[in-house]
Design a protein. Structure first.
Lengths: 205, 462
């Protein structure tokens, strides 16, 4: 008998009688101001956040807050005047000198600050991990309350790779001292595009 | 113990020799437990979440056979090659054969307790394959040739000066450097090169979804992703119990995992691997290694629900004071003590006794495993199977004899009180294990029984 058959046979023999799955639709959290909740959470996990009313406002914020003389890459054609558009078939190792990567996020989660990204918006899977600084653009209407809402939103999406990323890379392995920038980005910035917000508003740097 | 390794109590005693370190260790872990509490209290329906997680895992265990088949078929549809390993040796052979087929002799590995359990690194090194652990804590432990002492915080027992010394020796950092940020930067720089140059990467698995054939890896450092997305060959190793039925169930588990582990609302990275990157080869190894046997042990099968948050370790008074390495097992702490006897009852006979049975572990467990009940039940199995130490058997017999007769019990109490009050050196010496690292209490002049008889007739004062 192959190991596969041995394992499956033993499992079948030893598994207890079938028990039902619980109803997970009971988890509902109503947020009064979901955008504010998201902003607060993201700052609390070490992220930087800006609110902008348009792409032009976002460009101004980028120029003010990042060193654009180093290698800056993006998947957004509207940013091609300040960042390099890259090919999804390039060798992943060729991104090792990327200072800043700017990509679109599908949506954000208010309860934990994370942004949902798939290889469709990453262009290259390695990009949000290998860059020194990561910036993600999320529209205010694309913020959900909890992880339950997040998975409802993902639904049947057929991505090859997808990830929640919530803040800069972190470690506390040395004496529990929190250090940002373990192996991944040293900082993570989220630009919330909010047409209803007051004009360009610097929430926290 | 007749085994070659020292037993838990002896190893914990060694750890206790450095009082300053023990106090630091105790406080650091308790602080994490407190962060977990704050996080849990801020989460609405926290108890309902634990209940749901436990029920989902019960369903998984009760339908594991079908879920495994469903998962396998979906993995194959997604272009991931599936392997089955009955035990640690077979798992290691599979990894070796995958690497050998591509002439790869260097691999980078993110945190995986399963591969620690299988002693994969040693196996591959004997065959000329170099493996580097990329999680910072595990990397530090690897440099020091020690196993991890905690599943989430692998080097929590080490002081920063010791880590500085290791980095000075292996990475050439300045002697005496012990600043955590500077040490982390040194490791970042060194490991970046490793990530860029290794063609094969192995990761563990936190959750695997039967419905979609994807698996989820959670890290804070981003090391699993750095390895995986730069590799030509990606391998994931998982225990068969890591399955969950549907993707929507991840909502429950990802809300519980990081909050229970460190108090964070979610790990920084929760990566969902579903299909290989263009031109990449992806393998997944399903490992049994005693899990199907544990599934058949009615009293102990719920231990397979564990999602490896480490919450039970952070709260355990014995773990906090004794250190993870005293468990001489890959999975340490209370959960390790109920998983280990299934793998080797004789070797791990001491572990279920490394507990006060206070129940704190069960109270924080995000999937509501009755850990302390299982510890108690393992003790009975171990004694029945003849694996308890002679000292323990003699002690239990003496207690049983004393408690079996009211006369002997009263005499024993009287004797102990007499010695504690008049000749304390008889009990306060190195031959009494209760006197180690603690003072004996002051004994009352009389027992409760004596007090009761004396006061029985007296009326209550108005």
């Amino acid at each position: 008998m192959s190991s596969r058959e041995t394992i499956l046979t033993t499992v079948l023999q030893n598994q207890p009688p079938l028990t039902p799955l619980p109803d997970v639709s009971i988890f509902k959290v109503e947020q009064e101001d979901i955008v504010q909740k998201y902003i607060d959470t993201f700052i609390s996990i070490g992220g930087k956040i800006f609110s902008a009313e348009s792409m032009d406002a976002l460009k101004t914020l980028m120029t003010q807050n990042f060193d654009l003389t180093k290698r800056v890459v993006t998947t957004l054609p509207e940013l091609s005047d300040i960042a390099e558009l890259y090919s999804s078939s390039a060798d992943p190792r060729s991104f090792q000198d990327v200072e800043l990567a700017v990509i679109n996020g599908h949506f954000s989660v208010a309860e934990n600050g994370a942004v949902w990204l798939t290889d469709q918006v990453m262009g290259q899977r390695i990009l949000p991990y290998i860059c020194q600084h990561l910036a993600v653009i999320v529209r205010a209407e694309n913020i959900v309350s909890t992880m339950h809402d997040a998975y409802a939103r993902i639904g049947e999406d057929q991505y090859g790779f997808g990830a929640f990323i919530g803040g800069p890379s972190k470690t506390a392995d040395i004496e529990q001292a929190l250090v940002m920038g373990a192996h991944g980005p040293l900082t993570m910035t989220v630009f919330v595009i909010n047409n209803n917000y007051n004009t360009i508003q610097n929430i926290q740097v | 113990m007749s085994t070659a390794t020292k037993e838990h109590a002896t190893l914990a005693e060694d750890f206790n020799k450095d009082e300053e370190r023990v106090n630091w260790h105790d406080g650091a872990l308790w602080w994490i437990r407190q962060k977990r509490d704050i996080s849990a209290k801020q989460t609405p329906q926290w108890e309902e979440l634990r209940e749901a997680a436990s029920a989902i895992k019960s369903n998984v265990l009760s339908n594991l056979h079908d879920y495994l088949l469903q998962f396998e078929s979906n993995l194959q549809k997604n272009g991931i090659k599936v392997h089955w390993a009955a035990d640690a040796v077979e798992h290691n052979e599979i990894v070796y054969s995958i690497l050998k087929a591509r002439n790869i002799d260097q691999m980078v590995k993110s945190k995986s307790m399963l591969t620690e359990e299988c002693h994969l690194n040693e196996y591959l090194e004997e065959r000329g394959i170099d493996v580097i652990n990329s999680d910072l804590g595990e990397y530090i432990q690897q440099l020091d040739k020690e196993p991890p002492s905690h599943i989430v915080l692998p080097c929590i027992h080490k002081r920063k000066e010791e880590i500085g010394e290791l980095f000075h020796e292996h990475l050439g950092t300045e002697k005496g450097l012990s600043d955590p940020t500077l040490l982390t930067r040194a490791a970042r720089k060194h490991l970046r090169n490793i990530f860029l140059n290794r063609r094969a990467a192995l990761t563990g698995v936190n959750f695997a979804v039967a419905e979609t054939g994807e698996y989820i890896v959670c890290t804070n450092e981003g090391n699993a992703d750095m390895g995986a997305h730069l590799s030509d060959v990606q391998i994931a190793s998982m225990g068969i119990e890591k399955l969950i039925p549907q993707k929507k169930h991840l909502g429950v588990f990802l809300r519980l995992l990081a909050r229970s582990a460190t108090g964070q609302p979610i790990t920084i990275y929760s990566s969902h691997f579903r299909k290989p990157r263009q031109g990449q080869e992806m393998h997944l190894i399903l490992v049994d290694s005693g899990r199907s046997r544990q599934l058949g042990r009615i009293d102990f099968r719920d231990s397979l629900k564990c999602i490896k948050c480490g919450g039970c370790m952070n709260t355990c008074p014995v773990y906090r004071k004794g250190g993870g390495l005293s468990y001489h097992n890959t999975i340490t702490g209370p959960i390790g003590a109920i998983l280990a006897p299934n793998l080797d009852m004789k070797k791990h006979a001491d572990l279920p006794f490394a507990s006060t049975l206070c129940g704190s572990c069960s109270n924080v467990c995000p999937v509501k495993i009755n850990i302390h009940d299982q510890l108690y039940k393992w003790r009975q199995v171990i004694v029945k199977e003849g694996y308890a130490t002679n000292k323990k058997i003699a002690g239990m017999k003496a207690v049983a004899w004393t408690l079996s007769s009211p006369l002997i019990y009263k005499m024993a109490g009287k004797t102990v009180r007499f010695f504690l009050n008049h000749l304390p050196f008889v009990l306060q010496n190195r031959f009494n294990p209760w006197y180690k690292q603690r003072d004996m209490p002051k004994a009352p002049k009389e027992s409760f029984g004596q007090w009761y008889i004396k006061n029985k007739g007296k009326k209550k004062k108005p």
